[in-house]
Design a protein around this ligand. Structure first.
Ligand code: 4AD
Ligand code: MG
Length: 432
């Protein structure tokens, strides 16, 4: 028997009865009763039932089918038959069968499913399950939506270094790396490099990993995650919120329209939010938290609980605008009439999933930025190039960053952000 497929399973399910197929896949279910064997196999496209009868297939094929274990990789040849009892209304009656990669007894037992730790130790196997593979596919679609959106709007896709010299989002979460006698850090955000690039190509986006040594073990923090960032020259903070809401709408719409089967498997309906999203001020946000019994001092960042309370008060993502300077990184610009707040916004997910994105307008004036760098005691030497940009024709500009895993977690209603990534990285997980 040849070892190449004639059809993917999803294609075989659409064929008329009698058509011959050769399928490649993995054994998901097996039942054997006397001289009859039923196998359910899957490939990347779906599941199908196979049936084989001793005596009507070659002896070697019968032996292989009898010996096939769960998750063995197999090659199956046969004819499509209509069968109303089969889950997809079609099965394949085997004429030949071979094991291509035999699986040892499958270690993922029901009892293990209760323990997230044990499951994640075996993540390299657990990802074959119907739910995890559905999440992987939705994530792929979400990434496609990001690229479609930005290329469709004429943005330039750039890449930035991962090894950097300075913090973008505060020194507390930097990962140091030995670098030929000096210390480099893993990038927390590509924003500063985007700011340089816009002066060459006007508007850019970037899709790459970001690293944060977050010691907090929460359901929404990873130490390595993917961030989508965009930066626009001559843009205001208002302009950037419009881009964010269009992008989020586009991501949700694409997933909702093109991931029907996966959403079905996950038992999830995606509610596509329509722009414009609601906008509330930071002051209104802390008032909502206060009504929910949580006191946030003016000037503090909204923590997990406050974001939850605010997000739960809306059924679409909501922008919280005008964060205090004290709760923001050094590069944020203030409105001319209020030096205490910033021209920035966080986008909070509905339903309590917390922050999806942060965006805002950057300090583009040299003196203001230099004063800020001094005031915050930042390393002016490693910031020199970034400050220098302000000496050579830097216009007003703004941008944002949105977390891929945070977005996916919200869209799919996942309990933990871990599930939104194939091999999560957290303070307690570097394996597998
Ligand atoms: O809010 P953050 O820290 O903003 C920035 O890094 C800006 N420099 C981006 C920019 O303007 N270009 O991070 C942006 C987003 C957050 O809103 C969140 O979705 C995600 O990145 N994020 C995390 N996701 C998972 N685990 C973590 N530890 C995350 N930290 C941030
Ligand atoms: Mg943020």
């Amino acid at each position: 028997m040849e070892e190449s497929r004639t059809h993917y399973i999803s294609e075989a399910l659409g064929l008329p009865a009698g058509e011959k197929v050769r399928l490649l896949g993995w054994v998901a279910v097996k039942n054997q009763v006397g001289g009859l064997v039923f196998l359910r196999i899957r490939d990347g496209s779906g599941y199908i039932q196979l049936s084989g009868r001793k005596g009507s297939i070659p002896d070697v094929a019968w032996r292989a089918a009898s010996e096939a274990t769960l998750e063995s990789a197999v090659c199956a040849e046969g004819a499509v038959k209509e069968d109303r009892r089969a889950p997809a209304g079609r099965e394949v009656v085997l004429s030949d069968f071979r094991i291509l990669g035999k699986a040892e007894p499958w270690p993922l037992r029901k009892s293990l499913l209760e323990s997230p730790k044990a499951l994640h130790d075996l993540r390299y196997l657990a990802l074959r399950g119907p739910k995890t593979s559905a999440i992987i596919k939705v994530r792929s679609k979400l990434m496609q939506a990001v690229f479609d959106y930005f290329f469709g709007k004429g943005y330039v896709y750039i890449q930035a270094p991962t090894l950097v010299k300075a913090a973008v989002e505060g020194g507390a979460t930097l990962f140091p790396v030995k670098y030929f006698g000096e210390t480099a850090y893993l990038s927390q955000s590509a924003q500063l490099y985007e700011e340089a690039a816009i002066c060459g190509v006007d508007k850019v986006f970037i899709v790459q990993p970001a690293f944060r040594a977050e010691k907090s073990r929460t359901s929404r923090h990873l130490t390595e995650f993917w961030m989508v960032e965009a930066e626009l020259a001559f843009a205001s903070f208002q302009d950037v919120m419009k881009v964010e809401e269009e992008l989020v709408h586009h991501m949700a719409a694409k997933v909702s329209e093109e991931c029907g089967a996966e959403l079905g498997r996950l038992g999830r309906k995606v509610k596509v939010p329509e722009p414009p999203f609601p906008r509330i001020s930071y002051d209104e946000a802390i008032a909502i938290a206060g009504k929910g019994g949580l006191k946030v001092e003016w000037g503090e960042d909204l923590g997990t609980e406050a974001e939850k309370l605010v997000g739960q008060a809306f059924d679409a993502p909501v922008f919280v605008t005008g964060y205090p300077v004290s709760a923001r990184s050094f590069y944020h610009m203030s409105p001319p009439d209020n030096p205490k707040i910033t021209l920035s916004a966080d986008l909070l997910a509905p339903g309590g999933y917390g922050e999806l994105a942060t965006g805002g307008q950057r300090l583009h004036d040299y003196e203001l930025l230099a004063a800020k760098v001094r005031e915050m005691g930042l390393d002016a030497e490693s910031m020199k190039w970034y400050m220098d940009l302000r000496r050579y024709g830097m216009p007003r500009h703004a941008g944002f960053g949105i977390g891929v895993e945070r977005s996916l977690r919200w869209l799919l209603g996942l309990k933990h952000i871990r599930s939104a990534t194939l091999f999560p990285r957290t303070p307690s997980r570097l394996y597998p």
